[in-house]
Design a protein around this ligand. Structure first.
Ligand code: HEC
Length: 337
């Protein structure tokens, strides 16, 4: 079976159960998100937290699994604490939907920022602004991209983030090793198993995994494989996360964007400088080379033997890495049997 056929098959499973599609559940506390607040205003922080923990089930104007933010704001007008209390310990009110899972692991302070964000973003809106249309159903099955979810992902560290990019590519980024672990094409994720298992299950990827790397950072700084990684948080740039982290004391910013026609992804890096050189040389996850066939390019620097790229001190301040999927290179050819 060709990879293309496989893909179609996997993504064809999507419409199983719309409630499940909506349940992209975030299972544990993620203090690092809160830790980034020095870099963000209080309100932007509320938006980031809302996006990470609540947006899977709550839209601004439409019902999606849970009520719209307009409805929530109408119930808890001038009362952010009411939103916090509900989220810590949700009741069962609406007969036509599931019970909301408790969000106490997000923490009362973070929930307060989220509540303030919900009330400020809906200011001036009325119940009559709520949209009820065919689109409500569509948006449940095909959620607006991009999306960021903090979830347990297969073959990645416990502090992983799943991100849906514009188009049909999504990726898994590991906040433990501070590196991309894999990407896939198709639909996003089904986190129902995580939720059902009280945080013990793994999300299911709705597509075929691509470019699977090992659990160590692919960066070598001044000739040494980076040993320590420290995740500092992320901010949203055009709706996609820009990750901030340190590798052996060097600060990195990493922003991932899709290539045209879903032909792969581009990693856009900024660093605060290395003494001599920076090398990016990813290892595949298993002994079989899961990275073979991908075309790696950069806007500067030079290729290194065995697949990878190298930049000098000046080039290492700002550079791109482009990963093209094999399908881009061989539309018909060795991959089709
Ligand atoms: C897995 C889906 C899901 C997630 C994630 C989720 N909610 Fe909900 N939420 C629901 C559902 C479903 C309801 C309606 C439950 C009911 O009426 O019984 C609801 C209702 C609410 C209400 C209305 C309470 C009322 O008084 O009627 C508030 C407030 C709320 N959610 C806040 C939040 C916040 C804040 C977050 C993020 C920290 C969040 N929710 C995350 C599904 C979710």
């Amino acid at each position: 079976m060709s990879p293309t056929e496989l893909r179609t098959k996997v993504s064809g499973k999507e419409g199983r159960n719309w409630v499940r599609q909506g349940l992209l559940l975030v299972a544990l506390s993620w203090q690092v998100v809160a830790g980034q607040s020095q870099e963000l205003t209080a309100n932007a922080n509320g938006a980031v937290l809302f996006n990470t923990y609540c947006a899977a089930c709550h839209l601004l104007k439409q019902k999606q699994v849970g009520p719209s933010l307009i409805e929530i704001a109408a119930i808890h007008k001038d009362n952010p604490q009411g939103i916090v209390d509900w989220a810590m310990n949700p009741g069962k009110k609406r007969p036509d939907t599931i019970q909301m899972p408790p969000m106490n692991y997000v923490g009362a302070d973070n929930l307060k920022s989220i509540a303030d964000y919900i009330l400020s973003t809906t200011e001036g809106m009325e119940m009559s602004d709520i949209e009820v249309s065919e689109e409500t159903v569509t948006s449940i099955e095909k959620p607006a991209r991009p999306r960021v979810q903090r979830v347990f992902m297969p073959d990645a560290g416990p502090a992983s983030v799943a991100v849906a990019l514009p188009g049909s590519i999504s990726y898994c980024w590991d906040a433990g090793s501070c590196s991309l672990r894999y990407f896939w094409q198709g639909d996003f994720i089904d986190a129902w198993p995580v939720w059902k298992g009280n945080g013990n299950g793994l999300s299911r990827i709705l597509g075929e995994r691509e470019f699977e790397t090992s659990d160590v950072s692919p960066f070598h700084i001044n000739g040494q494989l980076a040993e320590s990684s420290k995740f500092l948080g992320y901010r949203l740039r055009n709706g996609s996360p820009e990750f901030h982290y340190e590798l052996d004391g060097v600060r990195f910013r990493e922003w991932i964007q899709p290539l045209p026609n879903d032909g792969g992804i581009r990693l856009i890096f900024e660093t605060d400088g290395v003494g001599e050189s920076l090398v990016w040389k990813p290892e595949g996850r298993e002994s079989e080379n899961l990275l073979a066939g991908y075309k790696i390019e950069s806007n500067r620097g030079s290729a290194v033997d065995g697949g990878g790229w190298k930049w000098n001190a000046a080039e290492a301040r700002f550079f791109h890495i482009t990963i093209k999927t094999p399908q881009q290179e061989f539309a018909v050819g060795p991959f089709d049997e």
